[in-house]
Design a binder for this molecule. Structure first.
Ligand code: ADP
Ligand code: MG
Ligand code: MG
Length: 263
């Protein structure tokens, strides 16, 4: 079957590096999905599909519904995340309360832990790739840079988005812990509304990632708990062996305290 036989295309939902994502509706069931179209010749499409299928057992991963192929492209029909991107919510919100930050971060860590347990490094954790359902639950998307690695194996080669990239990715071998660093960059942005590492140029940004010390004495941190700062320090540590794992993040006192139900 061709995709046109089974789905009606709707408006654009987003544009990425290689392809674009459109709303679509099943002609048979009437159910809406998101369709990511990727041009052929990209060897990585097969890997993206394979990894999404491998990870399909978790509610925090965008589900791949079906795949179509025509002369020019692959079409990935995915579960629709109608709540949009976390980045857009963050831009509106400015900064989040510790309760809200912790609840989002817990859901993110649960899905990252699942990926890591399944032998996958996402390599592009950032709020542009975290989508929201109609009810506001997070879904991890965009496995275009994800890699499967065997136990003890490591990756090399620069990948990811500059502001979120871990220092070891810039300098050598890395693995699952690179995702934890990127999530830490996101946590910083949730808590204080700005990215931790910035620079006027790519070189300046990478220099900051490799050496800049976070200033927890600055004004913006005064309203944030010491527990949150402690967790962030354990995540944004350049010593990869010392950096905490997803499992350890989930049992950190800040997570325990702020994800307790408030009602
Ligand atoms: P790229 O690899 O090109 O970055 P993504 O998979 O990140 O592509 O998708 C690009 C954009 O398309 C996302 O940032 C988002 O706005 C939108 N998008 C992707 N998947 C979905 C989905 N399942 N539901 C709703 N919007 C989506
Ligand atoms: Mg993306
Ligand atoms: Mg991608």
């Amino acid at each position: 079957n061709k995709i046109e036989d089974d789905y009606v295309m709707g408006e654009a939902l987003g544009k990425g590096k290689f392809g674009s994502v459109f709303l679509c509706r099943s002609k048979v069931t009437g159910v809406e999905f998101a369709c990511k179209t990727l041009p052929k010749g990209e060897e990585t499409v097969h890997k993206e599909v394979e990894i999404m299928q491998h990870l399909s057992g978790h509610p925090g991963v965008v589900t791949l519904h079906s795949v179509y192929e025509d002369a020019e492209s692959f079409h990935l029909v995915m579960e629709l995340c109608s709540g949009g991107r976390l980045i857009d919510e963050m831009t509106k919100e400015g900064r989040y309360s510790e309760h809200k930050s912790a609840n989002i971060f817990k859901d993110l860590m649960l899905v990252i832990q699942y990926c890591h347990d399944m032998g996958v490094v996402h390599r592009d954790i950032k709020p542009e790739n975290i989508l929201l359902t109609a009810s506001g639950k997070i879904k991890l998307a965009d496995f275009g840079l994800a890699m499967r690695i065997a136990n003890g194996q490591s990756l090399s080669g620069l990948a990811g988005s500059p502001a979120y990239v871990a220092p070891e990715v810039l300098t050598g071998d890395y693995g699952q812990k690179a995702d934890i660093w990127s999530a830490g960059v996101l946590l910083h942005a949730l808590l204080v509304g700005v990215l931790p590492f910035q620079g006027d140029s790519l070189d300046a940004l990478f220099e900051a990632i490799k050496s800049m010390q976070l200033d927890f004495h600055s004004e913006k941190w005064q309203s944030v708990s010491k527990l949150a700062r402690d967790l962030l320090e354990r995540i944004l540590t350049r010593d990869v062996a010392a950096r905490i794992t997803a499992e350890e993040v989930l049992s950190h006192p800040w997570m325990m305290f702020y994800t307790e139900r408030t009602l």
